[in-house]
Structures are given as structure tokens and as C-alpha cells.
Design a protein around this ligand. Structure first.
Ligand code: FAD
Ligand code: SF4
Length: 464
């Protein structure tokens, strides 16, 4: 047996100096030779622990074996048996806590680079088959009319799976472009729009009709959809409602919610203002509050917009940061500063109403809280001020309240999440199912896709 390379095959990236001034993708992906070398590190375990680590149950050793044998088309076909969005997942999934975490190799060495191999297969198909190929399921007359609301990873997955089952699926999206967080939240340098648009086109080719600029609950109600002949509805409207800090100064000019900041830049192309109509403040000293993926994205965008100093302000320590390890690592390399164990107390403004600083509280870590993470506790008297001209609040987002508000009988919990049966994702209205962040609260792309898949199967069973 050949000796196993203990470390993952290195992958090319733009250098930190170069990429901090452009919006191009940071990671450049594997070449064919590198992908084959990495695939050959896999042990092709008989009972592979990586598979249960994947919420959409990809046959991981199966697709990796194809790559090892240079059957790249076979690899992408195997991936698409379970995953309609491989180019996206290969880029943004937190593999370290999903499939790569339990990989057998990781007991002794670095795990197989499953995510980057998935990305390789998707990119290989994109380069070698520029026309999107998909076989739409035969509509044998048994298919039912199903509406999907929201076009994030949950909505796209539910819609694609239901179309594959032979149903007639219409997907309604409030924004003018489909993708959910994938289009308005995650920046180009992590997920190129071309990759997203190609995978959305794949879902359309499977037979899904996408209707953008349709706010269900406002432009059309659930009753309207039923009146138009839809027999079941899947809701995947996400967690797009920003949480606020509720501290003085949050209404000052130059203070953004991450949601607004990211939407302006990613969806409305504010970085090309005035060519595009949406402006954005290009701060010189930017503070971003929070340490999840949203915070890392906002910080790294600020840098690319020309900020001289960008600081992540987080009330816990490095160990508790919820962002993907790769994003934290890239942010550090690019020169983002980290002010840890620090909580904002007030945002300070000048007489013209613009932000000029922030008063902060030094914290220390106490006992673990209900999330298992050590609770940050203020150190008495340890307050200080920092100078800033822009503040971006990325402390989290809650479920989008719009649709439940206008749909009598659709019950939500105290956090505003639509209540579902965890085994089927059926809501309190029998013909309505819900999945992704609207049902679980802020989560991950792959978790949203995982429960959308279960919901799609349940809808199919319900309709039979
Ligand atoms: P969303 O992606 O939020 O999509 C919901 C869609 O529904 C939106 O398009 C919205 O416009 C639409 N909608 C809402 N209300 C209506 C209505 N009434 N009618 C019609 N349409 C409606 N996860 C990862 O795994 N990896 C990452 O790297 C990562 N980075 C992230 C970065 C940012 C900035 C953010 C905000 C999140 C990130 N996440 C990441 C989390 C991940 O993106 C979400 O968990 C995931 O997108 C949830 O999918 P969803 O389909 O439930 O909702
Ligand atoms: Fe390969 Fe690791 Fe999965 Fe085993 S657990 S099949 S080594 S990727």
C-alpha cells in the first residue's frame, strides 16, 4: 500500500497582499493532478464516517474514487445524485465540523480535503461543459403543483428535489435575484456569482419555474397560492432580520447592520457606485461587531473598499468564534485586527450625527453558558474608547417575520421560528412545510439543504 501523505495537498490562493485590494476569489482550486493526488489520500472506508457527517448524505468515497481514477464526469454525477449545489457547498460548507471532522484519516493525519475535491468536480464540469446539462423529470401527469417560497439553499434544494420527483414546482423570491444569502450575503471573493448562477440555472433546467420580485404574504398570500391550484407549499424564507445591540448611538450615520451593508455591496454592487445606483460609506477606521461568517465577510469587504484599519470586536475569545476556520485564517492573513473580550457600550457621534468612536467594556471569561461556551463577564471599571468612522453590526439575525405574520394558523415559537415536526418539517398547517433558517434559526447552508431534502420527501408522501 502506498504511503499516505499526512497533510492535505496544498491548494493555490491569491496572496494576502494582492487579494485585499480586489474582489476576485481567494482560493484558486485544485488542478487535475492535485485533485487526483488528494483523492488518493482517501482510505475508501467500508463504513465511511464522513457520510453521516454530511446532512445531504453524499456518497463521499464514491465521488472521491471517481476523481482518483480520473473519471471527473463520474465524480460530478455522483455528487449530483444527492447535492444540487456542489460548487456552492464545496466553497462555503464548514467541512471541519461536518464531513471532514469524523474522517478516519484525521485520527492520525489531516483529513481528506473533501470540500475542495467537491469544488474541483463542480468547477471541472463548469469548464468542460459550459452549457448547463440537466434532465428534467418526466411529468407523467401524477405531478402536483407545489409552491416554494424563498430561493436560498433551502428553497433551491426543496424545489429541485420536488421537480426531480415529477412535480410542477414554482419558486417565489422576494428579491430581484435568486440565491438568498448566497447572492446578497456571501461576497464574490468567497463564492463567485457565476458559480451560484450556474447552479440556479441547473435547478431551473430540472424544471423549476423561478418568479423573482414576489413577496409572498404581500404580493400574493398563501390563500392566493392555494386559490391558484398549489397543493402544498414549502417555506424557506431564512433568517434575514438583523438583531440590534440596543446601545446608545445605533442611529448615527455610518452605523450599518451587516445585512444592509452586505446587500448594498453584494447584490446592489455599491462598490461600483456611481456606475450602479446604490452608495456605500467607504470608512477608513471600521469596527465590525461579532465573529461569525457575517462579521468576517463585512470586515474583509471593508478592507477591499479601502479601509485603513478594520477591527473585529468580539466579547469572547478566539476559541469561541463561530466563523469557519478558513475565513478567520484568511481575515487574519489580510490584516484584519481582532479586539477580543471586548463589548461595545455606546457608539459616539459628532455634532453632525456621524459616528466618530465607540466606548467599550473589557470582558473576561466566566463559567460556560447554555450554549456550552464560556460566558463573557465585564471587568469592573475596565472601560475604554476607540476611534472609528464606520460601525457594522454583525451580532446575528432572526427569522424573517413577514410570512408568518400574514398567515393565520402558521405558528411560530418565541424566537419567531416556524414550528415544524422535526421528523417531517410539516408546520401547524398540514399542507405547509418549512425548513432552513426560518425553522431552525441561523444555521449553515448544508443544514438548510439537509432539512429541505427531508421536507421534500415528506411533501411527496403527503401528496400521495
Ligand atoms: P436564506 O439563504 O436566508 O434565503 C431566504 C430567501 O427567502 C431570501 O432570498 C429572501 O429574500 C427570501 N424571502 C424571505 N421572505 C420572503 C417572502 N415573504 N416571499 C418570498 N421570498 C422571501 N453558512 C455556511 O454554511 N457557510 C458560510 O460560509 C456562511 N456564510 C454566511 C455569510 C453571511 C453573510 C450570512 C448572513 C450567512 C452565512 N451562512 C453561511 C449561513 C447560511 O447562509 C444560512 O444558514 C443559509 O443561507 C440559510 O438558508 P435558507 O434557504 O434557510 O435562507
Ligand atoms: Fe475517505 Fe475519510 Fe471518508 Fe474514509 S472517512 S472514506 S478516508 S473521506
Amino acid at each position: 500500500m502506498a504511503t499516505i501523505q499526512p497533510k492535505k495537498t496544498p491548494i493555490a490562493e491569491q496572496t494576502a497582499e494582492l487579494r485585499r485590494v480586489n474582489f476576485n476569489e481567494v482560493c484558486l482550486g485544485y488542478t487535475e493532478e492535485e485533485a487526483v493526488a488528494e483523492a488518493k489520500r482517501c482510505l475508501f472506508c467500508k463504513r465511511p464516517p464522513c457520510v453521516p457527517g454530511c446532512p445531504v448524505e453524499i456518497d463521499i468515497p464514491g465521488f472521491i474514487k471517481c476523481i482518483a481514477e480520473r473519471d471527473f464526469l463520474g465524480a460530478i454525477k455522483k455528487l449530483k445524485e444527492k447535492n444540487n449545489l456542489p460548487g456552492i457547498c464545496g466553497r462555503v460548507c464548514p467541512q471541519e465540523t461536518q464531513c471532514e471532522g469524523p474522517c478516519t484519516l484525521s485520527k492520525k493525519y489531516e483529513p481528506v480535503n473533501i470540500g475542495k475535491l467537491e469544488r474541483f468536480a463542480a468547477d471541472w464540469e463548469m469548464q468542460n461543459f459550459p452549457q448547463v446539462q440537466a434532465e428534467s423529470a418526466s411529468k407523467n401527469g401524477k405531478g402536483k403543483k407545489i409552491a416554494v417560497v424563498g430561493s436560498g439553499p433551502a428553497g433551491l434544494t426543496a424545489a429541485a428535489d420536488l421537480a426531480r420527483m415529477g412535480h410542477n414546482v414554482s419558486l417565489f423570491e422576494a428579491l430581484h435575484e435568486p440565491g438568498g444569502v448566497l447572492i446578497y450575503g456571501i461576497p464574490e471573493f468567497r463564492l463567485p456569482k457565476a458559480v451560484l448562477r450556474r447552479e440556479v440555472e441547473y435547478v431551473q433546467k430540472l424544471g423549476v419555474d423561478i418568479h423573482t420580485s414576489n413577496i409572498i404574504g404581500v404580493t400574493l398570500s398563501i390563500d392566493d397560492l392555494i386559490g391558484r391550484g398549489f397543493k402544498a407549499i414549502f417555506i424557506g424564507t431564512g433568517a434575514g432580520l438583523p438583531y440590534f445591540l440596543n446601545i446608545p448611538g445605533e442611529n448615527l450615520n455610518g452605523v450599518y447592520s451587516a445585512n444592509e451593508f452586505l446587500t448594498r455591496v453584494n447584490l446592489m454592487r455599491a462598490y461600483q457606485f456611481p456606475k450602479y445606483g446604490t452608495p456605500i460609506r467607504k470608512g477608513k477606521k471600521v469596527a465590525v461587531i461579532g465573529a461569525g461568517n457575517t462579521a468576517m465577510d463585512a470586515a474583509r469587504i471593508s478592507l477591499r473598499l479601502g479601509a485603513e484599519e478594520v477591527t473585529i470586536v468580539y466579547r469572547r475569545s478566539f476559541t469561541e468564534m463561530p466563523a469557519r476556520i478558513e475565513e478567520i485564517h484568511h481575515a487574519e492573513e489580510e490584516g484584519i485586527q481582532f479586539k477580543l473580550l471586548t463589548a461595545p457600550l455606546a457608539i459616539l457621534g459628532n455634532n453632525d450625527g456621524w459616528v466618530v468612536g465607540m466606548r467599550c467594556q473589557q470582558m473576561e471569561l466566566g463559567e460556560p453558558d447554555s450554549s456550552g461556551r464560556r460566558r463573557p463577564v465585564p471587568i469592573a471599571g475596565a472601560e475604554f474608547e476607540i476611534e472609528i468612522d464606520t460601525m457594522i453590526n454583525a451580532v446575528g439575525q432572526g427569522p424573517n417575520p413577514l410570512l408568518p405574520r400574514y398567515t393565520p394558523g402558521l405558528k411560530v415559537d418565541k424566537y419567531g421560528r416556524i414550528i415544524v415536526d422535526p421528523a417531517t418539517f410539516q408546520t401547524t398547517i398540514p399542507y405547509i412545510y418549512a425548513g432552513g433558517d426560518i425553522a431552525t434559526g441561523e444555521g449553515t447552508v448544508i443544514a438548510a439543504m439537509g432539512n429541505a431534502k427531508v421536507a421534500a420527501r415528506s411533501i411527496d408522501t403527503y401528496l400521495k
